[in-house]
Design a protein around this ligand. Structure first.
Ligand code: TLP
Length: 348
């Protein structure tokens, strides 16, 4: 909690820890566009090793990570198969189309998971008429599905289909370490199912800035060229990478606390109404509050919570995403539940 506020809008809102600030102040730096920043180089190596890939590329944002990865695996006019709720499809400003001329072909699936059978049926080789399927994309954990984990067996089956059909695979692993901590399955197991995998330091891991793309040396060389094209060559960004390194080294195991807090929040909401939350869908650090039993628009609930010091995203729809992170502790969850109880019960 900062400034007396409890911020449940996203896990992107955490402030750097004292250890991160110290590491930033003391970071050795160089010009990373020349490949000279030792802190970035070391972070890239550590991240790649952790995901079992040859090389890594530090990028300013998860969005840029997705973009350079998709760009490196495709040619303009190619098709990307993805879930209909994929982040890069809905929340990155149409970037794959704008920057790389890609066509998005959407597959549906429970909990943000696309199925290998559907992928196999959808892949097309490309001819005079069709776009050629170049990449199949997975998201783990799945943001719009409420932080759901992409089942590892399905990822393995999709990877097999992709290899057989000579199609690339990408994982938007913005929160892949939440999946690792929740399941005990190493993030590298998912990464082995894809050619490119991204993850964010700036979400549950708690760093102020930055994401990583991991892949083969060849794909990372191309991604680096695309990062420059998008304006993402950041010079002495070792000051940022230093905080990201602290996040990677010390932030992973701690995610279990966020998961426990999300579960406590969901259980508390269920006490308000049995349909307030689908408890089975709370697998990591997100809770989707179903507002329909309370007959109140999200904007009204959000305004009521704000006046009680709780920040949420007040979408006009019937669900409200609540996200736990390092700057929210167990007491904050109880306080948030108290405020929710009052606001949801208020008469209009
Ligand atoms: N997600 C943000 C918002 O954009 C919605 C959030 O608050 O959750 N992939 C996934 C799965 C993401 O959830 C996000 C950010 C990104 C990529 C993009 O990361 P950034 O914000 O660093 O570009």
């Amino acid at each position: 909690m900062h400034d007396g506020l409890i911020d449940l809008r996203s896990d992107t809102v955490t402030r750097p820890t004292p250890a991160m600030r110290r590491a930033m102040a003391e970071a050795e730096v160089g010009d990373d566009v020349f490949g000279d920043d030792p802190t970035i180089n070391s972070l890239q190596e550590a991240a790649a090793a952790r995901l079992g890939k040859e090389a890594g590329l530090y990028v300013p944002t998860g969005s840029m990570g997705n973009q350079v990865a998709l760009g490196a695996l495709t040619r303009p006019g190619d098709e990307v198969l993805c879930h209909t709720d994929a982040h890069f499809l809905n929340y990155e400003g149409g970037s794959p189309a704008v920057h790389f001329g890609l066509v998005m072909r959407q597959l549906s699936g429970e909990g943000g998971t696309i199925r290998a059978d559907d992928v196999g049926a959808a892949i097309r080789a490309g001819n005079d008429h069709n776009p050629c399927t170049a990449v199949v994309a997975m998201e783990n954990t799945h943001n719009a599905a409420g932080g759901r984990i992409f089942p590892i067996d399905e990822a393995r089956s999709i990877s097999k289909v992709c290899r057989e059909r000579e199609v690339g695979a990408h994982i938007d692993g913005a929160r892949i370490f939440n999946a690792e901590v929740a399941t005990g399955t190493p993030a590298a197991e998912w990464a082995s199912c894809a050619d490119t995998v991204t993850f964010c330091f700036s979400k549950g891991l708690g760093a102020p800035v930055g994401s990583m793309v991991c892949s083969t040396r060849e794909v990372i060389t191309e991604s680096r060229r695309l990062r420059k094209r998008l304006g993402g060559g950041m010079r002495q960004a070792g000051v940022l990478a230093a905080a990201a390194r602290v996040a990677l080294d010390t932030g992973v195991e701690r995610l279990a606390e966020d998961h426990a807090n999300a579960r406590r929040l969901a259980e508390g909401l269920l006490e308000l109404h049995p349909e307030a939350v689908d408890l089975d869908s709370v697998e990591t650090n997100m809770v989707y509050l179903n507002l329909s039993p309370f007959s109140k628009p999200g904007t009204q609930v959000s305004d009521g919570l704000r006046s009680r010091g709780i920040l949420t995203l007040g979408s006009p729809g019937g669900a409200m995403r609540l996200v736990t992170h390092r700057d929210v502790d167990g007491d904050d969850i109880e306080r948030a539940l108290g405020a929710l109880r009052t606001v949801l019960a208020e008469s209009d």
